[in-house]
Design a protein around this ligand. Structure first.
Ligand code: ACM
Ligand code: ZN
Length: 747
């Protein structure tokens, strides 16, 4: 598609063709079709499918224009003008399963497809050819509802174009799910992968096992507050039917053998130890899983899946299979007995046995199993489809062994990740076909998904995580690979925003909008802050007085030299509106700045805080361990001596630490400060621990500060004691723990 102006008699301003995902071919013509009060929708043939799709379009037109557009069948003998003609032509298999043709001239719009699905997608394209105001939720006056004359021929590159939403960690309301079904449909996505069971919540009513939702759907926090929710079977049927009318298949995910603590809390006899268990309140990977040796587990799961199959008519069921620790199985008599009786090698083969058994059950009901790529371990079940998430290796292994695969690697498809890691461009550059496959193997890549995990994202955050990145994924999965370019896509995204505004989408940013680069000059003992915008077209503003930057704040032009202790904040602005969050950096000007610390143990080269002056450059780390400002010590303690050059009065000694347990970084057990006048005889003057929970899932920073009444010294020694190994309950139990430190401040 070329980004030309609409070439018709009456200009439509600067509006350009900006359909997302980009159609296969567009041939722009001159003139336009205008929807008026007299426009009619004609359907051929007149049946339930064409009527449903016509009504979908009619309601959109009515909402925004107030026009009562009539829907009726056609007579072969008649000719019509001022019509939108919806046609299903099952004599035209060359249109492809999900393909369509759309032609617009001044007399008529014709949408033609081989299947109802294709016709529905044609309607989605038509919506995007109308002015952006077409998506508003109330009548808009003073607008010509013009559609440019053109011919479009379109079909998707991949048959599987999905979104996974984790409703286990955070419960999402039914109406919110339906809204996402609409948003997926608008972008021609066709799979909604509904993650319904987790350690932190069981979300689907199962009639035979009521405790799953009486107990498993609710978690109780330490302060006694209760959080949760679930979907009744009636809710599920409503969502599935809503999705069906929008040609979206809902794929339920029922996690096994791991991520099942909510089920075990409800029915502890399904575990290896009989519990008891509580529904987890924090995310993680937990050792208690379904017992693979006990027949009750399989009877339970078959009963559950039987009810699930009754609710979800689609072919595929997702059974999870990821992140299942084998500790309990290794210690369980029944599981060990199963390993022996089935002639299995180890617990990995036991997991494979588990999945294969479930797969045969589903197969016997004419259903197909999907699992995360761990289902490859210990041997893949015959008819299973693999969802590759730990990179693309799972997809390669599946495809080369003749299995289907869906790709959703953490590198490009995890929308719970921050845009600083996975920005819009990164998603857009995703290539779903891994290299090295034969053409026959490539056919096993059914398509891809983005995954929206909600450990840190309640319902109200989802839009800002998913948008605008969904636009990139939709195009990756639908549009031809050959003419994809980010430079051409990006302006279309800008044109798409008003449509998302109309749809009420609270989209987030495309990339990290503000990049702050502090640099330390060891000779001048000064810091210089450079700020860059993450995208073109952003204005940068900053403050140094602690206030949040706004439109009234100073405009950033040149790097700033830091001459006193400063809290620096910078924000980006787009069209006079703040764009994304502000970025904050703290700078300290103190006696130790520019002093080379003498370290008893070296820091790890991957986390060097900028190098040898990292702890004395005046720049404090943020709560992101990858910000380049933290110095990391693996298993070792931090032990640093600072030489102030002469005996000086000391009013304050302080040092900062980070904890991010999911990256195996823990706060030190204790921090000690000693002072010496000769560099040989040190006296420990202060030592303190902390009472921050090591189980805290969020990253936290903590400063350890000593403020003596009266003290003089030349050498300051800081010792921060590393817990050395990850605790028993941690996923990395026994592995090396980190201490992350930044800035030793001496005032
Ligand atoms: C996953 O992200 N554990 C599939
Ligand atoms: Zn067991």
């Amino acid at each position: 598609m070329t980004a030309s102006l609409f070439a018709n008699g009456e200009p439509v301003g600067e509006r350009r063709l900006a359909v997302i995902p980009k159609p296969h071919t567009i041939n722009e013509l001159s003139g336009h079709f205008r929807i008026t009060k007299e426009t009619q929708i004609k359907i051929t043939p007149d049946n339930q499918d064409t009527r449903n799709i016509a009504e979908f379009l009619m309601e959109k037109i009515h909402t925004v224009s107030g026009f009562q557009v009539a829907i009726s069948g056609t007579q072969a003998s008649e000719t019509y003008t001022n019509i939108i003609h919806l046609i299903i032509d099952n004599q035209q298999p060359d249109l492809a399963e999900e393909g369509y043709q759309l032609t617009v001239n001044s007399a008529a719009v014709a949408l033609k497809a081989f299947q109802p699905r294709g016709l529905f997608f044609a309607v989605q394209t038509l919506r995007q050819l109308l002015p952006p105001e077409f998506e508003n939720q109330e009548i808009v006056t003073g607008i010509n509802w013009d559609i440019p004359a053109l011919e479009i021929e379109d079909h998707p590159r991949f048959p599987w174009r999905g979104m996974m939403l984790d409703c286990g960690r955070h419960f999402m309301e039914k109406e919110f799910i339906k809204r996402y079904i609409d948003l997926l449909a608008y972008h021609k996505m066709n799979v909604f992968h509904w993650h319904l069971t987790e350690d932190q919540g069981w979300r689907i009513e199962i009639k035979k096992y009521p405790r799953l939702t009486e107990i498993g759907a609710w978690r109780t926090y330490e302060d006694g507050s209760v959080y949760g929710g679930f979907y009744t079977q009636e809710d599920i049927r409503e969502v599935v039917e809503y999705a069906r009318k929008r040609y979206i298949t809902v794929v339920p995910e029922i996690e096994m053998p791991g991520h099942a603590v909510a089920a075990l809390a409800s029915y502890p006899e399904l575990s290896c130890t009989d519990g008891p268990f509580n529904v987890e309140t924090q995310w993680g990977v937990f050792k208690d899983v379904y017992c693979a040796g006990d027949e009750h587990t399989f009877a339970f799961l078959e009963d559950v899946l039987t009810e699930v199959m009754d609710l979800f008519p689609g072919t595929y069921l997702h059974i999870g299979g990821d992140e299942c620790p084998k500790d309990r199985w290794a210690a369980c008599e029944k599981c060990q007995q199963r390993i022996k009786s089935e002639g299995l090698k180890d617990e990995h083969e036991l997991q494979s046995y588990f999945i294969k058994r479930i797969e045969s059950f589903l197969e016997s009901k004419n259903r197909r199993l999907i699992g995360w790529d761990e289902i490859l371990e210990g041997g893949l079940a015959e008819g299973a489809t693999v969802q590759s998430w730990r990179g693309m290796d799972g997809a390669i292994a599946a495809a080369t062994s003749g299995h289907d695969a869906i790709v959703s690697p953490t590198s490009h498809a995890y929308f719970d990740y921050d845009v600083s890691v996975t920005d819009l461009r990164k998603v857009y550059t995703f290539e779903p076909i891994p290299p090295g496959l034969t053409p026959a193997q490539e056919k096993h890549i059914l398509g891809g998904q983005f995954n929206m995990w909600t450990e840190r994202a309640p319902q109200e955050f989802i839009d800002s995580k998913v948008f605008p990145r969904m636009l990139a994924m939709a195009e990756v999965l639908w549009s031809p690979k050959a003419d994809r370019s980010y430079e051409e896509f990006h302006p279309r995204v800008q044109q798409h925003y008003p449509r998302l505004d109309g749809l009420g989408v609270k989209y987030g940013v495309e990339s990290r909008p503000v990049l702050v680069y502090p640099t330390f000059n060891a000779d001048k003992k000064r810091c210089l802050v450079t700020v860059e915008a993450g995208e073109p077209g952003l204005a940068l503003r900053y403050s140094v007085d602690g206030s949040d930057p706004g439109l009234q704040s100073a405009t950033y032009t040149d790097p700033l030299e830091i001459t006193s202790t400063t809290t620096f904040k910078a924000a980006a602005f787009k069209n006079e509106r703040q764009y994304g969050d502000f970025v904050q950096r703290k700078f300290f000007v103190h006696q130790a700045v520019g002093v080379l610390p003498e370290l008893a143990h070296p820091y790890n080269a991957k986390y060097d805080a900028g190098g040898e002056f990292g702890l004395t450059d005046g720049i404090r780390g943020t709560n992101n361990f990858r910000d380049g400002l933290w110095q990391g010590f693996e298993r070792d303690d931090l032990e640093a001596i600072i030489d102030l050059g002469a005996v000086k009065p000391i009013q304050r000694i302080s040092s900062g630490y980070l904890q991010d347990i999911n990256s195996w970084i823990f706060l030190p057990l204790t921090v000690e400060y000693s002072v010496s006048t000769d560099g040989e005889h040190f006296e420990i003057l202060w030592a303190e621990g902390h009472n921050i929970s090591l189980k805290n899932q969020d990253a936290v920073t903590r400063e350890f500060t000593y403020e003596p009444e009266k003290l003089e010294g030349r050498y300051v020694k800081v010792r921060a004691v590393n817990i050395a190994t990850c605790p028993d309950w941690h996923p990395g139990a026994g592995g090396k723990a980190w201490v992350f430190t930044d800035e030793i401040i001496v005032e």
